[in-house]
Design a protein around this ligand. Sequence first.
Ligand code: MG
Length: 280
Amino acid sequence: MEKWPIGVFASVDAGLGVKLEVAHELGVPTIQLHAPAKATRTQKNADAFLSRLNQYGIELTCVFGGFEGESYADIPTVSRTVGLVPPETRAERTKEMKEIADFARMLGCKTVALHLGFVPHDTGSSLYQEVLEVTRDVCDHCKKNGQNLHLETGQESADGLLQFIGDVKRDNLFINFDPANMILYGTGEPIEALRKVGSYVRSIHCKDGKWAKNPGQEWGQEVPLGQGDVGMENYLRTLQEIGYEGPLTIEREIPQEPDRQKSEIGHAIRLLNELKAKIG
Ligand code: MG
């Protein structure tokens, strides 16, 4: 793979990403895929999807798990509903995450990722231990599939994430770095965070955001790439510095406005190509 191929976050059925046709029209060579609903996760659909990818010349670089009942409405709702942290849904979602990893394997994809949820800060708490256990369980399942598991950033500070990954103690656990999420959740300055966690970063999102008035208590605002507080040139220079050469996967979470989503992703592609030419 060339250095820094452009990518886009895509969906098969429901989800936050663009449709595969849109990725093709935009001319991107790679996608990350939001895992489709259970009924869609069959070998037959995997084969059909793979043949469309081949036809378009698009490489699938990562499959993202997501679950029924998750809501990103505000920070307390995320804490209550997202990922494998909430105890009520954990067993069922863990099973589903393994099924998603198996679907990714059908697609020949060696990377699966997810928002784990808010990892408790108290490393001595029983909830923290439970989240360690469930993460090991999913990592071990992925390992059998020959896959790595990437944790999406945002809900933890860089230090919190390093502590957690160290405590999980699995060699196939890495990071999908999303600089905008650090801003949206108010968990730390993204460039500084990227330097700290750099050695674990194996995939990334290109997304932008503006700080909230009270970071960590209320949401920041997701904005088109280049218009927020991340600083895209600095972001790419820092990716260069940590030796990251994988896809630059654009994520713009406005699936309810597909025309605007497509046009803004088009702008993002142009911006990233300009920066790539400049930075190399
Ligand atoms: Mg993201």
